[in-house]
Design a protein around this ligand. Structure first.
Ligand code: GLP
Length: 234
């Protein structure tokens, strides 16, 4: 594995570091960008939206979406992306799994084919407190491709803060698989705060285990971890 850790003071510095990296990637001919949702990405997208970066030749692929939620629902990841980024920065084309697809299996197959056909140059990732990446929960095989998944109690608990009514949270989602994510040429994972320490330390340990999906990144040749956590120990 080739994992580089970039320690930042805070979210503001992380946004600056990522903005400069995006500037370099775009200048270097980046065409296909893998995007993530979650509170971690908010300051990152805000900085892009306020910048002069030009995404008009870029195609994006998002990691995941809740089953049953469409772009008009403020809890959907489609809404999140429109609100934080796409409405402020035009892209050539954007792709998000369709959580309202009539045939979810078929939607997953098509999404996987589309993203493999395009080839993701750079994939952004956050991480769940339990070490999940996208919605690949503990136990998901590293060979997985885009699929329908059942969310764990832990993830439902953490994500419930965004829903006014706990019972309104979808318990299933469509997500890129771990193999889909690893197919990206480069990966940047961003993690803020002590709640993410346990997950990041599994990576520092250096042992691949399906119990912590984040450890699949050990198989990838070009990973950058941007975090405000220091003294990460194995
Ligand atoms: C959700 C998303 C993940 C994201 C995680 C962390 O479960 N599916 O892609 O990494 O939340 O979210 P946050 O950035 O809010 O901590």
């Amino acid at each position: 594995a080739n994992i580089r850790y970039v320690k930042v003071a805070d979210k503001k510095e992380a946004a600056e570091v990522v903005l400069e990296r995006m500037r370099e990637e775009l200048a270097g001919g980046l065409e296909v960008l893998g995007l993530a949702t979650g509170s971690t990405m908010e300051p990152i997208y805000a900085a892009w939206a306020d910048s002069d970066l030009d995404f008009s030749d870029v195609t994006s692929f998002n990691l995941d979406e809740y089953v049953g939620l469409g772009p008009d629902n403020p809890n959907s990841y489609a809404w999140f992306m429109n609100h934080h980024l796409f409405s402020r920065k035009p892209f050539k084309e954007t792709n998000i799994p369709d959580g309202k697809a009539h045939n979810l299996e078929e939607e997953c197959e098509e999404y996987e084919a589309r993203l493999r056909g395009a080839g993701i140059d750079l994939q952004f990732l956050g991480v769940g407190e339990n070490g999940h990446i996208a919605f690949n929960e503990p136990g998901t095989p590293f060979t997985s491709i885009t699929h329908l998944t059942q969310l764990t109690e832990s993830t439902l608990g953490v994500n419930s803060q965004y829903f006014e009514d706990r019972s309104a949270i979808p318990e299933t989602a469509l997500t890129m698989g771990i193999s889909s994510i690893l197919s990206a040429k480069k990966i940047i994972l961003i993690a803020f705060g002590e709640k993410k320490r346990h997950a990041l330390e599994q990576l520092v340990k250096g042992e691949e285990t399906a119990e912590y999906p984040i450890t699949a990144l050990l198989r990838h040749p070009d990973v950058t971890i941007i975090t405000d956590l220091d003294n990460l120990t194995a």
